[in-house]
Design a protein around this ligand. Sequence first.
Ligand SMILES: C[S@@+](CC[C@H](N)C(=O)[O-])C[C@H]1O[C@@H](n2cnc3c(N)ncnc32)[C@H](O)[C@@H]1O
Length: 588
Amino acid sequence: MLVSQSNEEPFFFYMWCDMPSRPSRNSLKDSTYLPLGELLEHGEAPTTRPSRKQARSIEQCKKWVACIDHSNFPSHWSVGKRGSRTKLQLQMQLFLSAASGSPLKLWIVSQRGLEVVSFLLIPNLETLQFVSPTRQKRGRSVVKPNSFRATTAEWANLAKNIWRNSKEHDKVIKNSRSSRDYNSCNCKVTCGDLCLNRILQIECDSTICKLSETRNCGNTQFTTLELGRSLLFREGTRVCRIDDKKGYGLVAIREFAPYELICEYTGEVINQDVVKERLSKKKFFHYYHLSLEQGLSIDSTVKGSVARFVNHSCAPNAEVQKWYVQDEPRIGLFAGSKGIIPGEEITYDYNFIWLENAEPQLCYCQSANCRGVIGKKHSPSPVSQPTKSSKNTSQEGSQPNRKRPHKTKDNLLLKTEKDTDARRLRRSIRHKGLASDVGNTIQRLPLHVRKQLSIDMAPPGKADDITRQLLAVLLPTEGRTRSSRQRKVVEACMKTGIPLKYTGLDIKEPFPKKRVNRRNSARKSRSSSQSPSASETSASEALILKEEPKNHSERGRVSEKLKIAHIIHSSEAESLSSIPFHPINQTN
Ligand SMILES: C[S@@+](CC[C@H](N)C(=O)[O-])C[C@H]1O[C@@H](n2cnc3c(N)ncnc32)[C@H](O)[C@@H]1O
């Protein structure tokens, strides 16, 4: 084995070792990673600089990684394999940036050292201590991963969902196909944050994206994950025993970037009747059901991906999202906004909705804002919330003084929906006829707002809800008075191009019944600017009317504003009070 290090910043390590002929997945793992772990733990960094040829091959590796969509295809700790070679010379590049705490990046190149022959993610737990500075810096708790050997009797790993009822499958596909009312996204260079498909959580394919045949699309996370698996791709996770209360959990063994797809949540897709039937037959200590569509759940009790081991937390570092891949709904487990560091337990907020009279399971996530139970409760208070002191004791490691509720079939979870405004909005924009205009509107929103709209686990809302929710996102601060709030709504609509009809105002009638003499209004506004006390014009009207039309087009614009101003003062504007996010003060 030859190891060299360049003096450049950050540090580069190169390592070669002979590979057995026809390497299998195991031989690759054993022969490459065990020495690597040893090297990292005990080895000393050599001082020889790499030769020009070696440096060139490293550059090739970098290019290769760059062209496989770096953001989706994790390159950290990754080695891969293409075809079988009689003899492989392994070259690994360990990229350790002490300053940024970046994890390791590994590539295998061919014997000639110029061509990348393999790409495989291999978990290397020994190297975890190399990221410890990052861990300390971020102040996150990490667990020491231990090995897990699941027997097939307990659980079988499943790469793709199995639909138990093909008719249900066909119906879902048909529905999702018919709900899309555009042909393809209009992306020119890459399908980034502004891609309509991405916004609607639809994965690009050749039928709905012109870029999907090129490597530039970028919105093919599920397919890339599958492709990676076929290239001996290994997830950067390991199933570990967490404790006796939570059982097993999923631990990251590499870094996940914010919003990176970790794995797909797979299992058997069954309807609620089958779920109930299955739960009535056997008592379970842990539940493995996730809502997929209305009336359909993914059951990963017997068959499923490692996502089934992900535990709940009230302060999660990951989230589940529903995406449509070739019109089929699929659930992905994505890293949260802060990403995930190696050694961290991956968790998401289950948001179980428990049936009435069901006893929700107690939560042992130990986060500072723990709700005490997993998910939301329907019944007033089936279990006592843990007190602050009991939380403290549990954090210190002693048993909290809480009894675990008896689990019955009634504990069946219904949905894992997260009923946030953004989720509801995302779901509702899938409605036919709304995708394009609301989609276009969303495209104009700032990135931080769009980020909030990335989850889709709630049932469809009504058309009008969409913009109310959108406005809720756009208008986080409420106005003091009713008129100022209404004005804000109107202004936001005009700014974003959202039709006013979506705010609850009826714009079928272009002018309110009580027509306004524009000339009088203008005069009034002028006089109001001279003597404000004499003005009876409302705040929003005054604001709009103080602009004098200078030319024809501007006059048109002001008259448009006038229409809006009067619409909101008509009796129909009362419907605004039904906007859920704006409890309008009726006394104003
Ligand atoms: C999808 S399974 C997760 C994997 C499970 N821990 C195992 O060992 O297979 C969900 C079950 O894990 C347990 N669980 C998950 N998160 C928990 C938490 N924060 N507190 C207590 N139990 C939890 C509950 O029993 C829940 O029904």
